[in-house]
Design a protein around this ligand. Structure first.
Ligand code: PHE
Ligand code: ZN
Length: 887
């Protein structure tokens, strides 16, 4: 195998040729598909002598013509990755016609044109279009497309592509055709085609300027009843984007197609979004609240891409966060506005901590805008997406809502129809506000989570309260030395009654800055910390305050403060910033868990601090609080988060401690938890709204606590909840509560659940995941058996993510000290790589932080990575992750 080539941002060059129009003709068939592509090409500089290099992979070239003339062998060069027209005409415009043959029925990579459940569909981002035809497959090549699709009419009655349907008709031999025209120019990664047996749920949306848009959600006929929530979500998203950003839809038709085989969540192809069916289909009986919320968020996300991604796209793939960070931010805000802002923020920050922090601290650490990649597919990461969204959020924190909106407006005004960079976004934000955000751009170029330390002091005599900040950005691969970042610190100060102190002014670098706004007091201010060390002194503070720092989590950093436990308990009880109330509880829990882990490692008996039990109890019993907030606040930080804070990660100790605390809390708060379950049962049929979801969330958390006690009374209770549930949210939570504990009941209920739902593959996937994630000792064997289960299929990514990805979600089993988990995963990765490299490389990532563990585990995990690396014909995807992990 040739060593894969690394691609660098610094090597970006403008293309020598642009494409103006692209005319595609697909003739879809059972054993081959033929694609004719007719492109008008014009050089960037007239008279250029440069060859025209086209990308192409796994294509059979049937013919190539320039200006109507067939090229001869000496006029072009063909290798396994490129087709080069050696000396194109030196005119200001020429046409290129290429005919290729491909075999979608054999395409298991699910990139390019492939088949899913008998239907044809495409996935072109990032570089899948080159598996359809030869093309300059890069996002700065934007063109106007027409697409003619021809196929058997009975097998593929529905033929879809981007834009508007302009013609359709019947052909000989039982075939038919449709011609689609997209009036907006776009990069090829937004091209899409679908052909198959599908039915649609139809609706309309009238935009605020009066455009009537047809909305269609396509699925196999039997799934149509499950698209009600997706349609609701789409309409809500369209309205929200008008209300919040003034952005309207720009065509008369918007299609969504749900397919069961899809590598990712969904794809924002212009006017033809293609979705993983798990993010479209929902009914109360077959989808949980989490699924409903995910559908709302992702339907929103893909729809929002129409402006942030499609109308304004990326110059090159290094700029991916330009569209993804921004669009994630937009979908987060949308979900916040549709539900509870605090709860959504808590969920997003937890996700960042659970997945992005470890990535940022490991061998795959990369900046929000990476400097290089081997395979772009590997950079659809939590760093580009979630940390990227935090970067966008910081603009808003710094510029205010109004300033942020002005920046967005200018961004569209300047760049509609263009392929641009993160600097362009930054410039729009600054210019629209006359703001100087100095070194803010470092957020795009420096990897690693900054460690941000705060110490405070109070001088009663001068009534001065000082906060000293210091920051350190840890070294990451290729970036040994870092510069200080621009950290917006939203903060408030609490008095001894727990009320916010009005802030009037602050001393900084010898200057007194006023904080008041139009004479009105301010309770939360945003400090701009830009240096390695910096001090701010608040004046006129009449008693020692308790600081509420990084309100709403105003910057993606690890905060270390000198707050005492009693300060934290105080914040937990009183902070006006609800996010920080939750945060105070988490900081306390993390401290507690770490100290118990140390006790466990020294064979000391574990004792739970009664103050902690009391803190949890008062949250649980506070009727004034939002129920989902309570559910989140009484949930302990995940095992990964705690392992992340240890010198040497010890999965067994962390698991033992977390289980101990859970059981201890359950046994001390039995009565409260029981009444929580009893008082929060469903009385009406399923409704998707915040109060109902919050109620179910709280009930389910309480039930899980109780069931952890392995007490017959509570097992019976969980069984009762399981049997009486009228929706999957409660039924599945009861199943999960029971399945925590090994034994006969567990097996029976799991069996019952499968027999109930065996015909619904999305529900069966949850059943796989639940068992795969189990912490039951020696679970690897069970997961091995499930691999052979008739419902499992290695070619379907959802099934792989549920069963194999799920298994990596149990640290005790994946990191089993005998190496059985590593061996299992190593073998799977090799097998999977031959089927679908993109999915395999996601799985191999589970190994990437192997150096965090003890010697024994290190050598066992390393051996698997080396085994993977030595495999013949390894994909570039897996090569990149495995080799960087070993480096
Ligand atoms: N662009 C998609 C999104 O974030 C994600 C995706 C990437 C889907 C690559 C498929 C392939 O909305
Ligand atoms: Zn996206």
């Amino acid at each position: 195998m040739e060593t894969p080539r690394e691609i660098f941002l610094k090597d970006y060059k403008l293309p020598d040729y642009y494409f103006h129009t692209v005319n595609l003709k697909f003739s879809l068939g059972e054993d081959k598909t033929i694609i004719c592509s007719e492109i008008t090409v014009f050089p960037r500089e007239e008279g250029t002598a440069s060859p025209l290099v086209l990308d192409g992979q796994d294509l059979k070239l049937l013919s190539i013509k320039v200006n109507g003339e067939e090229l001869k062998g000496e006029d072009f060069h063909l290798d396994s990755r490129h087709l080069t027209v050696l000396s194109p005409p030196r005119s200001n415009k020429f046409t290129l016609e290429i005919v290729t043959e491909i075999y979608p029925q054999n395409n298991t990579s699910l990139e390019g044109l492939y088949k899913s459940s008998g239907n044809f569909c495409t996935q072109c981002e990032a570089e899948g279009f080159r598996k359809i035809t030869f093309y300059q497959d890069r996002p700065d090549i934007m063109a106007i497309y027409t697409c003619r699709i021809e196929a058997d009419k009975t097998l593929y009655p529905v033929l879809l592509s981007n834009g508007n349907l302009i013609e359709k008709g019947d052909l000989e031999g039982g075939r038919h055709y449709a011609i689609w025209e997209d009036p907006f120019k776009k990069p090829c990664y937004l091209f899409a085609l679908v052909a198959g047996q599908l039915e649609s749920r139809d609706d309309t949306f009238i935009t605020r300027s009066g455009r009537k848009v047809s909305l269609r959600i396509w699925t196999p006929v039997q799934d149509l009843p499950k698209t009600v929530h997706a349609m609701y979500s789409l309409k809500a998203a369209m309205k929200w984007d008008e209300d919040v950003f003034g952005l309207e839809y720009d065509l008369d038709l918007f299609n969504i197609v749900a397919v069961p085989d899809f590598n990712m969540g969904a794809m924002e192809n212009k006017s033809l979004n293609i979705f993983n069916s798990k993010l479209v289909l929902a009914s109360p009986e077959t989808a949980t609240d989490a699924d409903y919320a995910a559908i709302l968020g992702v339907i929103g996300h893909e729809y929002f891409h129409n402006w942030t991604g499609n109308r304004v796209t990326c110059r090159d793939w290094f700029q991916l966060s330009l569209k993804e960070g921004l669009t994630v931010f937009r979908d987060q805000e949308f979900s916040s506005d549709m539900g509870s802002r605090t709860v959504k923020r808590i969920a997003d920050v937890s996700k960042l901590r659970t997945y992005q922090f470890p990535q940022d601290a490991g061998p795959m650490s990369h900046p929000v805008r990476p400097h290089s990649y081997i395979k772009m597919d590997n950079f659809y990461t939590v760093t580009v997406y979630e940390k990227g969204a935090e970067v966008v959020r910081m603009y808003k924190t710094l510029l205010g809502s109004h300033g942020f909106r002005k920046g967005m407006d200018l961004y569209f005004k300047r760049h509609d129809g263009q392929a641009v960079t993160c600097e362009d976004f930054f410039a729009a934000m600054c210019d629209a506000n006359g703001a100087n955000l100095s070194n803010f751009l470092l957020w795009y170029s420096q990897a690693g989570t900054p460690l941000f330390k705060v110490t405070s002091s109070y001088d009663a005599e001068s009534k001065a309260y000082s906060l000293k900040f210091s920051q350190e950005v840890p070294p990451t691969p290729g970036q040994p030395v870092k510069e200080p970042m621009f950290i917006p610190v939203a903060l408030g100060l609490l008095n001894s009654k727990g009320k916010d102190i009005p802030l009037s002014s602050v001393y900084h670098e010898g200057m007194l800055q006023s904080i008041e706004k139009n004479g009105e007091p301010v309770y939360t201010t945003v400090l701009q910390v830009k240096k390695k060390e910096e001090e701010f002194v608040f004046s006129d503070i009449s008693e020692r305050p308790i600081p509420s720092l990084l309100r709403g989590y105003s910057a993606p950093v690890r905060l270390e403060s000198d707050l005492t436990d009693s300060d934290l308990f105080f914040l937990l009880a009183h902070d006006s910033d609800e996010f920080n109330r939750w945060e105070a509880g988490q900081v306390l829990a993390r401290k507690l868990m770490l100290s118990l882990v140390a006790d466990y490692q020294q064979n000391k008996s574990l004792v739970l601090n009664p103050k902690f039990v009391h803190g949890i109890k008062s949250i649980l019993c506070d009727l004034s609080l939002d129920k989902e907030f309570i559910a989140k606040a009484i949930t302990l930080p995940g095992e990964g988060e705690i392992m992340d804070m240890m010198e040497v990660a010890d999965p067994d100790a962390v698991h033992a401690v977390r289980s101990f605390i859970r059981k201890q809390l359950a046994s001390e708060l039995k009565a409260e938890l029981l009444s929580t379950v009893q008082n929060n049962r469903s009385s009406e049929s399923y409704v998707f709204n915040h109060p109902n979801m919050a109620r179910r969330a709280l009930k389910n958390v309480a039930l899980a606590y109780l069931a952890s006690l392995e007490d017959t009374e509570f097992t019976e209770l969980a069984l009762h909840e399981y049997k009486s549930a009228t929706n999957l949210t409660e039924q599945f939570a009861a199943l999960a509560a029971i399945a925590q504990n090994p034994g006969k009941t567990r097996e029976e209920v799991l069996g019952d659940f499968y027999s109930k739902w065996q015909d619904d593959f999305l529900v069966v996937n949850k059943w796989f995941a639940l068992q795969a994630m189990s912490d039951i000792p020696g679970n690897v064997e069970n997961v091995g058996k499930l691999l052979k289960h008739p419902a499992f299929d290695m070619r379907n990514p959802n099934k792989v993510y549920s069963l194999i990805g799920g298994f990596c979600g149990s640290p005790v089993n994946f990191h089993a000290k005998d190496g059985s988990g590593y061996k299992f995963m190593g073998e799977i990765v090799v097998q999977l790589d031959k089927i679908n490299p993109r999915v395999a490389s996601r799985m191999v990532s589970a190994f990437s932080r192997w150096r965090r563990y003890d010697q024994t585990r290190q050598s066992l995990a390393k051996a698997q990575l080396e085994m993977i690396m030595s495999t013949n014909g390894l994909s570039e995807n897996v090569f990149e992750i495995a080799s960087k992990s070993l480096a």
